[in-house]
Every structure is written in C-alpha cells, then in structure tokens.
Design a protein around this ligand. Structure first.
Ligand code: NDP
Length: 394
C-alpha cells in the first residue's frame, strides 16, 4: 500500500462547480512535435471538469483506493504545521502543481523518509530541490507538453492585451466611462513590431508560430538553433545572446526554465538594454526577473507594460508589488491550468502513477530526475542545481 500526498489549490469561493460553461472539449490527437497525449489505462473523470482543486482530486481517488492505496489531498502547504508537512513524513508519492506548489525543500525531503516519487501535475519542477531529490534517489516526473499550448495562448492574449491597452480600457467601461482618449493614448498595433522569445522550446516556439499571422518580426535566443526549415517557415532571427536581441525588440517573452543560470536574469542591468517602451511578458517563472527591478522599469517608462502569471512565492502575498505596479497585466498562475490543460495533466499524472505502481518505465519525456541524476526532459531543460531549492517564503 502506498501513500500518495496530493497538494492542490483550494476550490472556488462559491464551492465546487455542479455545472460548467461548456459541455465538451475539442479532441486533440497529438502534440505539435508528434508526442502522444497521455495514455493511462483508464480515467475516472469527465474531461472539462475542474480537477486541479482539492475536490477535483485530479480524478485519482477511485483508481488509487480501488488498488488499496491511500490518497491524501490538501491545499494547506506552507509552514511546519501545514497538513502537507505533517503528512509528508510517511508519504511514498507527492503530487503538486506549479500553480499552487508544494515546495519540496532539502529539509522537507530529509524528513520524508519514504518518498520515492514527486510528480508535477503540469510542467516546471523548480519547486522541488532537484539536487536533494537526486541525492535521495527520488524520481521527479512532470507531464511534459500537457499545458504548453495553453501557456502559449495566454502569452498571445497578454501581448495583445498590453500593446492594445485592453485592461485599462475595460476598466473605463466598468466605471461607466466612455473615455476614448484615455484608452487610446497607450494603445498601439502589434503589426510590424519586433517580438523576441527568450527560449524557443515547446512554449516559445508555439508562441512564435501563433504570432506569425500578426505580421510581427520574430526573434529568438537559446543555446541550440532551431532547424533551418523552422527558421525559414517563420522567418526567425536567431541571436546567440539575449543581450544582442533585447535592444531590437518591442515585445519580449520569457520561456526559459528557472535554474541557477537563469535566476534573476532580468535585473536592472539587462532591463536597461531594452528599448524604451518595450513590453515584457513572463509566463515562465517569477524568479527569472528581479521583482523590484521590474517595478522600477515600469515607473521609469523603460517598460511600457509587464504581464505574466508567475510570481514568487506562490500564492503571492497581498502586498506583492506586482499587484499594484503601473501598467501591469498580471493574473494568478493560471495559464497552464485551463480546464483543457487539466484533463491532459490529470491523465498524465495517472499514467505516471500506473507505471510507477506496476514497476514499468515512466516515459523518458516525463522524467526530470531519475536514478540520482537529471534525466529525460530534465537533463535537456535544467542545468545542474536548482534555483529555488524548493523554498517557500513562510
Ligand atoms: P522546454 O524545455 O521545451 O524549452 C525550454 C527552452 O529553454 C529550451 O529550448 C532550451 O533551449 C532553452 N534554454 C534553457 N536554458 C537556456 C538559457 N540559459 N538561455 C536561453 N535558452 C535556454 O520548456 P517549455 O517550453 O515546455 O517550458 C518553458 C518553461 O515554462 C518551463 O520551464 C516552466 O518554467 C514554464 N511553464 C509555465 C507554465 C505556466 O503555467 N505558466 C506551464 C508550463 C511551463 P537550449 O537548450 O537550446 O538553450
């Protein structure tokens, strides 16, 4: 019998939904690179239902309990007296989502004597101290590609939202106004603007593809160049260094994983190289940017807008300056947890659990740490070490 400890975000304030806005989800066969969608033996949930909150339980209870395993689900995750920390002591498996991360610090890992598997229901395992997980031979796995397109769509929304001044214009309507000049004074077209992706992996490339029809000029930087055919198809301009790309771009979007080399990369110095009035989007990880440097850049006009859904820590405290800085288009961490994405990563979580419980191999593309070292996607995406060390600011 295994104990599976699952950290999920709280239910909606009005209670767990009984009905939904839509009756079905479109059927998607494969991800853009040909990878198949999750292939669990079965699922016990209706795709389109809320699965990522506590009562949704990622649709796992029936499956796990029918096999004699114990499932504990909580949203109480921070601090030494949290249910997560108390239940962790004898848990075999931890499941957590980046939106409401159950931070797995070295200290917590040391206390979790039975822990063998940490699953990220979604993508991005920087909330786990990957070094400590390697040292304790804990397998870390995530549901690669499950929400990459969801995030890419959110980015496109934020690019258009910032440049076209959507949120402040909407606010005038809510206030009963008809203030055309107030809205238009910061409203531009994206057509012809230069867009730069900091990394063009699964999400970055999907964003570039989606922005192409807007007739933006597309740039990217990452260590490995994309195939020639992809560069030609999208008319991409590659830069070896982010410093070379930034001064040319009107809109920049971050799609690089968080690890020591990338932590805090958008600091005062790098921001000062951007065009005056550039827009910055960050749906990758909050700590890629220096929190206060972003505020300063907005106040000085270096940045005309900043939008994103990733913060540090999560949930962000009520006085986090990104809630009140000028020209922000922030959301809570939601881009990768649309109901569409939830159906995929819940199925992927079940697939990983099925494999692990029956002792069969977890897909290589889902692995981040295995056998005491970075493995699979982890070996490709992360550098050695871990930027956050799974730290929660208690
Ligand atoms: P991928 O692994 O597909 O792509 C990451 C890319 O980053 C790679 O192409 C890699 O290319 C590049 N890269 C790595 N290090 C550097 C570096 N130092 N400088 C420049 N480029 C670098 O990841 P995804 O696109 O799937 O996801 C990206 C990130 O988005 C995740 O790590 C996660 O943090 C975040 N995310 C956020 C979600 C949300 O809900 N907001 C949901 C899902 C993911 P190369 O090796 O050639 O440099």
């Amino acid at each position: 019998m295994a104990k599976i400890l699952c950290v999920l975000y709280p239910d909606p304030v009005d209670g767990f939904p009984q009905t939904y806005a839509r009756d079905d989800l479109p059927r998607i066969e494969r991800y853009p690179d040909g990878q198949t969608l999750p292939t669990p033996k079965a699922i016990d949930f209706r795709p389109g239902d809320l699965l990522g909150s506590v009562s949704g339980e990622l649709g796992l209870r029936k499956f796990l309990e029918s096999k004699g395993h114990k499932l504990v689900v909580t949203s109480d995750k921070d601090g030494p007296n949290s249910e997560f920390e108390r239940e962790l002591v004898d848990a075999d498996v931890v499941i957590s989502q980046p939106f409401w991360p159950g931070y797995l610090t070295a200290e917590r890992i040391a206390k979790a004597k039975n822990l063998k598997l940490a699953i990220t229901a979604g993508i991005g395992s920087d909330h786990v101290d990957l070094e400590a997980a390697s040292a304790h031979d804990i397998t870390v796995a995530e549901v690669t590609f499950s929400n990459s397109i969801s995030v890419a769509e959110h980015v496109v929304m934020m690019v258009l939202g910032l440049v076209r001044n959507y949120i402040p214009s909407h606010d005038w309507v809510k206030q009963g106004g008809w203030n055309i000049a107030d809205c238009a004074v910061r409203e531009y077209d994206v057509e012809g603007m230069h867009f730069g992706a900091v990394a063009a992996g699964r999400i970055g490339l999907a964003v570039l593809r989606r922005l192409k029809p807007f007739d933006m000029k597309l740039h990217y930087t990452q260590r490995h160049r994309l195939p020639d055919a992809t560069e030609k198809e999208l008319n991409l301009i590659w830069h070896t260094r982010v410093e070379d790309m930034l001064p040319l771009c009107d809109v920049v979007s971050l799609h690089v994983p968080l690890y020591p080399e990338t932590e805090g990369m958008f600091d005062d110095k790098l921001l000062s190289t951007m065009k005056r009035g550039a827009y910055l989007i960050n749906t990758a990880r909050g700590r890629l940017a220096d929190r206060d440097a972003i505020v300063r850049a907005l106040e000085s006009g270096r940045l005309a807008g900043y939008a994103g859904d990733v913060w540090f820590p999560q949930p962000a405290p009520a006085d986090h300056p990104w809630r009140t800085m000028p020209h922000e288009g922030m959301t809570p961490h939601i881009s990768g947890t649309s109901l569409s994405a939830q159906a995929r990563y819940a199925a992927g979580t079940r697939e990983i659990l099925e494999n692990w419980l029956e002792g069969s191999a977890i897909r290589d593309e889902y692995l981040i740490v295995d056998g005491g070292k970075l493995a699979g996607t982890g070996a490709k995406s992360y550098g050695v070490g871990d930027a956050t060390h799974g730290i929660a600011a208690h």
